[in-house]
Design a protein around this ligand. Sequence first.
Ligand code: SAM
Ligand code: DTB
Ligand code: SF4
Length: 328
Amino acid sequence: MTSHATIPLTTLRPRQTPVQCWPVEDIEALFALPFNDLVFRAQQVHREHFDPNAVQRSTLLSIKTGGCSEDCGYCSQSARYDTGLERQRLLPLDEVLENARAAKAKGASRFCMGAAWRGPKDSDLEPVLEMVREVKKLGLETCVTLGMLKDGQAERLKDAGLDYYNHNIDTAPEHYGKVITTHTLQDRLDTLDKVRNAGVNVCCGGIIGMGEGQKSRAALVAELANMTPPPDSVPINNLVAIEGTPLADVEGIDPLDFVRTIAVARITMPKSYVRLSAGRQQMSDEMQALCFLAGANSIFYGERLLTTDNPDAGGDEALFARLGIKAI
Ligand code: SAM
Ligand code: DTB
Ligand code: SF4
């Protein structure tokens, strides 16, 4: 890999092919830039496409919790690991709406409903469609994350008014089989195609800090950036280590390498919302400020992610006030 000193800041642009293409080596070279150069470059790109002082807020709700057939090595909700999590069947509509109203009252612009499924059966989808319709009526953008979709399901979600479907590729192709064996990266890509073809906005990102190296991090970002088009929204999660999962004791990532990942995502996906996602509860305000400087312009907002804690809304409001950030 090229050393820090030899890469001029003006190089490392997407290759001029008919569709945007970021070779993994070019992304590795971005990671290898001196930190200040990388963040400066990310901030420049950010300012070309977004208000640098505006951050979007999405609130999450787990609508079906635990008991999942899949073996994703990071997940509290896999039935294969004893994580002490209490299972919860699909929530009734009124409980979902109560949460959505509260999220709107606190200022969220999008409400994201997550279910611990490998994928929904057609009969599972019916009540979720109703949730999407009713949440949309509250004036919130809607997002669901339900696992892998079968033919026709993305269209039904679109007809119900769904704005975004979240489906992460989670880690680099070469690292995927070390973390998940019950489905493949190709399965995930197939669902993303269905979502895109149905005209639903794609929310797709991954998890950092699962024992992958910098090269794998570059490969994950390349996989995302080379999608045509890149995802509309890119959640970058810092692993929340869950006791009982295979990744419970994995060594955490250097926080500055996490910031670098945000910066590289911003540079390679200039028009996408890059979301500073899971793991904020474990981050200092200063680290979050660096992530916003590096181009993150979205967060999960509200006390809970799916099964783990997130900073409380008051703390986020105070942080935004200190940074002069306006919420959108
Ligand atoms: N079952 C569906 C699926 O896998 O797409 C939806 C729910 S799943 C929990 C959604 C995403 O949450 C995962 O793809 C992963 O990126 C993220 N996630 C789950 N557990 C996590 C953890 N412990 N730390 C960070 N991110 C996590
Ligand atoms: C995403 O990328 N992160 C969210 C959302 N999409 C569904 C989930 C984070 C989960 C963190 C661990 C938990 O709370 O269970
Ligand atoms: Fe199931 Fe999704 Fe968790 Fe994987 S990430 S175990 S598919 S809930």
